[in-house]
Ligand binder design. Structure first.
Ligand code: ATP
Length: 259
């Protein structure tokens, strides 16, 4: 008997999550994702499970504020790592076009080769300009141990607002010390990044990025006063608390269901 190989059955209850893993594994095989990036995704998945694997209203609120903040920025930058490139490069490029924000490849597990592979992918997907790859425009952020310290002088180095989907805690703290506004996607509301950023989007970046693109299209014709109002009423700490409460409620609901 010949057995047809099926990687993931279409009716698998965890289909979406498994397809994301496939994308990351594919990215790893192509040299885009680091092996540590695969593990980092696992930490995110665990929190996504606890959050209910859907985009919450507070995540939407954070994304609306993130979009308004990026529109109000003088020099907005979007930082790209291996996981982001493998998971949502098309959406990130679309977002950068809507917001008029530049793209910079910036890796925790630094490798010139991997940077180039990521830049090539972004170029193939239609990105016009990619920062972080030209050696002569690279600068270092002082007093930061990780290779995330290597930034582009025309990008993160001079940016006032940085969108760093999946940031590392040390660098997030450093960027804040340098006076930059930091926006991040992080499924873990307890991470140092989540706790330190100005705007923390507690959502799976694969889901959230589509919402961020759409809300940015909606806000693209709004005036400064309208955008500033969105930013003024937002409270990041309270918004993070709502995600923690959501996790708590999901856990309790599960216990009650088994009584
Ligand atoms: P920190 O350094 O901020 O305290 P950490 O050491 O957990 O946190 P990293 O290992 O650098 O952070 O990055 C992984 C983070 O990215 C995790 O907090 C994880 O929840 C989050 N993450 C992973 N995959 C996704 C995803 N697809 N969407 C959103 N967040 C994700």
């Amino acid at each position: 008997m010949q057995i047809k190989k099926i990687a993931i059955p279409k009716n698998h209850p965890r289909l979406k999550s498994l397809l994301i893993r496939e994308k990351l594994a594919d990215g790893f095989n192509k040299g885009i994702v680091s092996n540590q990036g695969l593990i980092a995704h696992g930490r995110g998945e665990a929190f996504d499970y606890l959050l209910g694997e859907s985009t919450t209203n507070n995540a939407k609120n954070a994304m609306k504020t993130a979009s308004a903040t990026l529109f109000l920025a003088k020099f907005p930058i979007i930082s790209i790592n291996g996981n982001i490139a493998a998971l949502c490069s098309k959406e990130i490029i679309e977002l950068s076009n809507i917001l008029n924000a530049k793209l910079e490849v910036n890796l925790f597990y630094h490798s010139t080769k991997r940077k180039k592979i990521i830049a090539n992918l972004l170029q193939k997907e239609g990105a016009k300009e990619i920062l972080g790859v030209k050696k002569k425009s690279l600068k270092q952020i002082n007093n930061l141990e990780s290779m995330r310290r290597v930034v582009d002088e025309n990008g993160i180095y001079k940016a006032d607002v940085v969108l760093v989907p999946l940031e590392d805690g040390d660098r997030c703290i450093k960027l804040k010390q340098l006076g930059k506004t930091v926006i991040t996607f992080d499924l873990n509301p307890f991470s140092r990044t989540s706790q330190t950023a100005d705007i923390t989007i507690i959502d799976n970046v694969v889901r959230g990025i589509k919402y961020l693109v759409n809300i940015s299209k909606e806000l693209s014709n709004k005036d400064t006063k309208y955008l500033k109002r969105i930013v003024t009423v937002f409270n990041n700490k309270k918004n993070i608390d709502l995600s923690v409460l959501q996790i708590n409620n999901n856990l309790i609901k599960n216990v009650i269901n088994h009584e």
